[in-house]
Design a protein around this ligand. Sequence first.
Ligand code: BMA
Length: 319
Amino acid sequence: MSEHYPTLFHRHRGNPLLTAADWPYPIHTVFNPGATRLADGTTLLLCRVEDRRGHSHLCAARSANGVNGWQIDAQPTMPAEPEQRPEELWGIEDPRITYVPELGRYAVVYTSYARGGPGVSLALTEDFQTFERVGVVMQPEDKDAALLPHRIGDSWALIHRPVGPSGAHIWISYSSDLRHWGSHKVILEARRGAWWDANKIGLSTPLIETPEGWLMIYHGVRQTPAGCLYRLGLALFDLETPEHCLLRGDTWVFGPEEPYERTGDVGNVTFPCGVTVGDDGDSLNMYYGGADSCVALATSSIHTLLDWLHAYGRPPLDS
Ligand code: BMA
């Protein structure tokens, strides 16, 4: 990317942080981790691990500083349960974690994959050891979902990305009990034509709550004759009415550049599912999959991303 674009994210020099070689049991690849900080400050990554069948499960890695010294669970933390849950026949993928103070638990929203296509499932956990599996909350074809950490008015809110005849856009849905969802609305549309985020976009990390609004990091997929390019953009949504987009950037702000992002099982993919906020309330650690083959880290800060949106973003044209 040329010098005159501001650099919003800085790759950690220790990248990639985790690869299959770090795993305590045989796996094929590890990528697309969800992330959170536990009460004691420990960073927990819930990684998507793919085995040699081609099926994924989730496995936790914990680190005191979020960078190194990862303690990886000796076995799958959240295996797929295809016997009890047919929607998990081909595995579970791409978790997004939200701590929900009202429940005193973490919500893990993930893709469950089976014959019907990818759908969105929800599980609740206190400790990332035992999980209450709520089950499918959005039927196929849907993915790239995360829960907001508290109710909006009386309702829980879920961001997700169903695929319809008009393309793959980002939606919000509401629920009073986390099980039954409705009041569905499109909140961010994939653009059309030659844009970097034409036709297919999806939520990357869970929304980040800031005094100025809900900050969204989303991915845009550019289809090229040589394959897809997965890059990231920014948008800001109203705090009280999160379906209302205040600002959206026109250009992507992070994309595949390094060898571990360019080359792998699926090259040219940077795919974050988790972000953690530092003790200062501003610094960000964004954890992402590189080329569907490793876990990497890029850092930024909330104020840097908001400043950029104010400088370069604009309200969506049709609002
Ligand atoms: C998306 C998801 C991600 C994956 C990406 C690139 O549709 O399946 O898990 O990283 O494609 O393969």
